[in-house]
Write a protein that binds this ligand. Structure first.
Ligand SMILES: NC(=O)c1ccc[n+]([C@@H]2O[C@H](COP(=O)([O-])OP(=O)(O)OC[C@H]3O[C@@H](n4cnc5c(N)ncnc54)[C@H](OP(=O)(O)O)[C@@H]3O)[C@@H](O)[C@H]2O)c1
Length: 330
């Protein structure tokens, strides 16, 4: 039985303790496909898992990591064979199933996507769940009619994982992009990704007591929830749409029905976790094809198992910029 290195979170009397440990393959859950993980990435949800949020992870000790990309070592499912390059994001990976912050995962075949031609395993994890979610949000906004000529599109939490990929992708697709950030020092980074206008969080929260705000945005990718989300809905242009992706500000929104009744706007839900596999494959194919983003490395912070803990602290504090990518083997 092969041993492998893994990041582990243990529940102790004094709190949740993180370490890097040796595990053996027998300790992995049952599953169809055993994968040698080459890359993973840090997402906000991994921070929640590593700090014992019961909505994410209930059983400890636990290896977080909702993303994994690597090589199939063995498969009891005929769809996969040793040597296949594959991606796993979402479903239960890293929640209550041992996750991608380890050199091995074993998962059901129904969670596994074959690496699309045109996108490397490394690039797939620079995107990871965050980048995939940004793409899913843009896909859904376009499905309800958003086009570059519709008008400017706003991205909140813009320097974070979902936000930074959303800015880059929208700009790649020809949209005029405005970015909301709490990190004024990241203005050059956001302009480099394609944002033509930068707003502060304070500007975005102003007017929260008003039922409607001036019509500004044709579409919004919101990653923060709370006041910013609903101020976004109130400032959509007539018929515009907001894709709700996240809750780092708050899961609670101060809402009325007025923008829906008076401006015909849409509030769209985005879930990358349980999205059925064929739809996941469609989004990965887009990211490998017409939505392929050159120079994704500009978004990347390289991490190892030994530097992961610090990145987890920073993502929980809203201090991460771009995407933290875990390199297990290059
Ligand atoms: N629906 C889904 O399927 C799905 C998938 C992936 C992620 N998510 C959710 O999306 C959110 C973002 O995830 P992520 O991985 O991109 O996290 P992230 O890298 O930490 O990005 C979040 C960004 O939001 C901003 N922010 C942080 N705290 C804030 C606060 N209190 N108020 C306003 N803005 C704040 C920061 O950007 P600035 O400093 O630039 O403002 C931060 O970088 C999380 O809630 C996550 O759970 C959902």
């Amino acid at each position: 039985m092969t041993n492998f290195r893994a990041f582990r979170v243990e529940k102790t009397d004094t709190g949740f303790v993180r370490s890097v440990v040796e595990r053996d393959e027998a300790s992995l859950p049952a599953g169809d496909v055993l994968i040698e993980v080459r890359y993973s990435s840090v997402n906000f949800k991994d921070g929640l898992s590593a700090t014992g949020n019961p909505g994410v992870t209930r059983n400890f000790p636990h290896t977080p990591g909702i993303d994994a990309a690597g090589i199939v070592l063995s498969s009891s499912d005929a769809r996969f064979a040793a040597g296949d390059e594959v991606i796993v994001i979402g479903f239960d990976l890293g929640m209550n199933t041992s996750g991608g912050f380890a050199e091995r995962v074993r998962v059901p075949a129904g969670w596994v996507v074959r690496r699309p031609a045109g996108l490397s395993l490394h690039e797939s994890m620079i995107l990871g769940t965050a980048g995939f979610t940004a793409a899913l949000a843009v896909h859904k906004l376009e499905a309800v009619g958003l086009r570059p000529e519709s008008g400017p599109v706003l991205v909140t939490g813009a320097s974070g994982g979902v936000g930074s990929v959303a800015v880059r992708l929208l700009s790649h697709l020809g949209y005029e992009v405005a970015a909301v950030t709490g990190k004024p020092e990241q203005e050059a980074f956001l302009r480099g990704l394609g944002a033509s206008r930068i707003l502060s969080r304070e500007e975005m929260r102003a007017g929260s007591e008003k039922p409607l705000l001036p019509e500004a945005w044709a579409g919004i990718v919101d990653t923060v929830g709370g006041t910013m989300l609903f101020n976004g809905v109130k400032s959509l242009r007539y018929g515009g749409s907001l894709a709700a992706c996240g809750l780092v500000e708050s899961p609670v929104i101060p809402a009325t029905v007025l923008p829906f009744l008076l401006r015909h706007v849409n509030l769209l839900g985005i879930d990358s976790v349980q999205l059925p596999l064929p739809q996941k494959e469609e989004i990965w194919q887009k990211l490998a094809g017409p939505w392929y983003l050159r120079g994704l490395e500009t978004l990347e912070e390289r991490l190892t198992l030994d530097t992961l803990s610090d990145a987890i602290d920073r993502i929980l504090a809203g201090r991460m910029v771009g995407r933290g990518v875990l390199h297990l083997a290059d």
